[in-house]
Design a protein around this ligand. Sequence first.
Ligand SMILES: Nc1ncnc2c1ncn2[C@@H]1O[C@H](COP(=O)(O)OP(=O)(O)OP(=O)(O)O)[C@@H](O)[C@H]1O
Ligand SMILES: [Mg+2]
Length: 319
Amino acid sequence: MAKLSEDYYRAYLREKQARDELELLLEEKTRALYESNQELEEKVQQLQTQQAVLMQTEKMATLGTLSAGVAHEINNPLAYVMSNLESLSYIKPVLSELLCISHDFIGGKITNTDVLTALKRLNKQQAFDFLMTDIDELLDDSQEGLRRIGAIVKNLLSFARPKNNLLAMSDITLSLESALKLLHNQLKNTHLICHVQPLPQSYCNLATLNQVIVNLLLNAKQACDGQVQGAEIIVELYSKHKTIYLSVTDNGCGMSDETIKHIFDPFYTTKPVGQGTGMGMSIVYSIIQEHQGQIVIESTLGIGSKITCELPILNIPEL
Ligand SMILES: Nc1ncnc2c1ncn2[C@@H]1O[C@H](COP(=O)(O)OP(=O)(O)OP(=O)(O)O)[C@@H](O)[C@H]1O
Ligand SMILES: [Mg+2]
């Protein structure tokens, strides 16, 4: 009897030890799992930060491409504002003299007859009615020029540092409009055809979609550079069956199968060193992914390309 309970006891001890060891093992495994989960979360965080940095870097590179055109666009109104100001300076002596006459007359230093004689002399020197229309025109023109410079700078700023960097119910047409404004100068020798239909609002990020359109248009324009035929770019924006279609078609150089295969690879470029970073289309890809959309590439070497972004019409997600 005593032997039996001793056996039981030993078996119990063995079983307890095995259970303790198992518990310890489980605890260690849980800790290891927890740590690798932590590591993974950190890595995801790091990757997200890196992607944001990459997108900003690419945007800055695109800005570099844009700036030559923008400088030219600013130069024009700047030149006529400067020349208008120069023209206005010829009015300064007449104006000073008029002020002096008024000042002396108010101070009782000169009589009515003196004023009349002085005004007649001045009017002969510079016809007052001509001066008045000229001043109006010069000021209006200068204001218009400065407004244009202001609009160009505003477009550039909203591209480089968008304030509305958020998802919201919006009309994607606005992104297209600001992209076209930004590329106004780059596309001025291109035959640009836009087929835009009224769109329903969709939950999207207008600032990043603006970046998509700028990249597609720049690629289309660059594909046409150096081609014999005149550059023609067709932009289409419409919605059908709960999807918004945005396409850019060009009659440029087209792409080989190899290029189509790698087009979304970061840093893949066929452009000469210093001309392309090869990041444009990979950024386009990640932005369209964020909008749950997809991109269709159709291209024939020597004929041209059509890049279509298909974006599902989204609603504000329910919390
Ligand atoms: N519309 C197009 N026509 C012909 N080739 C194109 C077109 N769009 C893109 N490609 C090809 O895909 C490559 C990758 O495009 P991507 O926009 O990513 O980089 P990139 O234009 O070379 O440089 P970046 O956009 O950074 O200045 C281009 O180098 C070009 O060979
Ligand atoms: Mg590009």
